[in-house]
Design a protein around this ligand. Structure first.
Ligand code: AMP
Ligand code: MG
Length: 467
């Protein structure tokens, strides 16, 4: 057990172009509201007196903290950005020499804040805490949440709200947008340094490889594809898949206007500003590919001196993974309805199911549980499909074990909204209760109240970013 951080900030060896030295603002009334015991253990920190330790480290004069610069395509428009409300305290090494970025989100202004105040509301930081930890427990790669603090000050949003700071933990915060930053300045040397740094940090096994740059690109593509598959599996809509919100670590990052599907609608968007459905549920795989193409074009010159050849190599990777995605998606959906072996009609069976779910507004999570429990008879309109499905199941070689494909609980918007309002008024009881179940989302013993879809009054149609 360690009471102190074991910081070693490798990122600061990159050219100054990629970061600014920043410090968290002073908040005299900081208070730790939540801490994550599992993560404290994983980082080999000490649980005892953790709150004081954390507050002291945020207030420490000796911090070597910084904020990262990046750019990004936001809803298709290219802009210069950066950590506008985040300060990276340091890269912490645990006893296994695993490296974790420890970042404060909502800790005040930085050189990248533009017109923002650098702050976050307690509610939006808690929302990220709950959803990111839920994703982790669903076995989906994600940044994690070490702690949530109340800043003790009120900030102006829709009226005055309590301010909060999230302590976010990630394998690394390098984004597609970090690479795109170099586009704005056409600094070819910088991109090489960033690329070599990223390989060393994320895929050190590639360092000695001959074609390490294209191999690295392939790894990043593979990991993104696997991530999106997991999102589609559980009905997660990220909501704002801008290139600055796509992490090269393959972790889900930036929980802004994200939400889980209740009733199945492939065109569902939650973000209040996504008028054209760019980041709709069904579009997520395509957008990931688009973002990956933006990444590839930043280091074409390092892949091959001949630009046309470099483009061809990038396209080959993208085409290959588009095919792989389609195969993996079908397998994943087959696992969700527990069929194995291959039949040429499987794809149609799945598509028909999704169409029925869409037309009859069935709940994405609960329908797969109903299928698992052979409980479709209650829906007259599923009769034909169910009989085809029962026939198809006869081809299964053996009955699969109960699977970890279908969660029994997801953090539903309406439940989370209630909890956030309670916490704003100092009541943490409900939050503690739901966490018990969100920690084991594949367990059968989930109370009915967390399984139900929202009724018409409870439905939340929009969520907001930058809050
Ligand atoms: P997001 O859509 O949450 O990824 O944020 C997009 C950009 O806006 C990032 O560069 C953020 O750092 C920045 N940003 C969001 N909220 C604030 C805020 N309250 N103050 C300053 N910058 C912010
Ligand atoms: Mg972001």
């Amino acid at each position: 057990m360690n009471i102190n951080w074991n910081f070693e900030n490798s990122y600061l060896k990159l050219p100054k172009f990629f970061y600014s030295n920043t410090k968290p603002e002073k908040f005299p009334k900081l208070e730790v509201l939540l801490k994550n015991d599992d993560l404290i253990n994983l980082l080999n920190l000490q649980n005892h007196d953790f709150d004081i330790f954390l507050i002291n480290s945020i207030n420490s004069k000796n911090l070597n903290s910084f904020s990262q610069a990046y750019a990004g395509h936001q809803f298709g428009h290219f802009t210069k950005l950066g950590d506008g409300r985040a300060t990276l305290l340091g890269e912490h090494l645990n006893s296994n020499k695993e490296r974790f970025d420890i970042q404060l989100k909502g800790s005040g202004k930085t050189p990248y804040s533009r017109n923002g105040d650098g702050k976050g509301t307690l509610k939006s930081m808690l929302r990220e805490y709950i959803i990111s930890e839920s994703m982790y427990n669903l076995n989906i790669k994600t940044t994690r949440s070490l702690a949530l603090l109340k800043t003790g000050e009120k900030i102006l949003r829709n009226g005055y709200e309590q301010g909060g700071i999230l302590v976010r933990v990630s394998k690394s915060h390098i984004r597609v947008g970090t690479f795109q930053l170099t586009y704005l300045s056409n600094q070819k040397e910088n991109i090489k340094e960033l690329l070599n740094y990223s390989i060393k940090r994320l895929y050190p096994e590639l360092i000695e490889e001959k074609d390490k740059y294209i191999k690295f690109y392939e790894k990043i593509t593979e990991n993104q594809i696997n991530l999106i598959l997991d999102w589609q599996r559980v009905g997660f809509i990220h909501g704002v898949m801008n290139t600055d919100n796509m992490s090269l670590s393959g972790e889900t990052i930036d929980y802004g206007p994200c939400a889980f599907l209740d009733e199945y609608n492939p065109n569902k968007v939650f973000s209040s500003i996504d008028h054209r459905g760019r980041y709709a549920f069904i579009n997520q795989p395509k957008i990931a590919m688009w973002n990956l193409a933006r990444l590839g074009e930043t280091f074409l010159h390092l892949i091959d001196n001949d630009e046309q050849l470099a483009i061809k190599k990038i396209e080959e990777v993208l085409n290959k993974y588009e095919k792989i995605y389609n195969t993996l998606w079908l397998n994943m959906m087959k696992n969700k309805i527990n069929i194995n072996q291959n039949h040429k009609n499987d794809i149609n069976l799945i598509k028909e199911l999704l169409d029925l779910m869409h037309v009859f507004k069935l709940d994405y999570t609960n329908t797969f549980i109903d299928i698992e429990n052979n409980n479709l008879k209650k829906f007259d309109f599923m009769k034909d499909w169910n009989s085809k499905f029962q026939d198809r199941k006869k081809l299964n070689h053996k009955k699969e074990d109960i699977n970890n494909y279908n969660p029994k609980i997801i953090p539903r918007n309406h439940n989370i909204e209630n909890i956030l309002n309670n916490v704003e008024f100092g009541n943490l009881e409900q939050l503690k209760e739901i966490f018990i179940y969100l920690k084991k989302p594949y367990d059968e013993s989930i109370p009915e109240k967390y399984r139900q879809m929202p009724n018409e009054d409870e439905k939340i149609h929009q969520t907001f970013c930058g809050t």
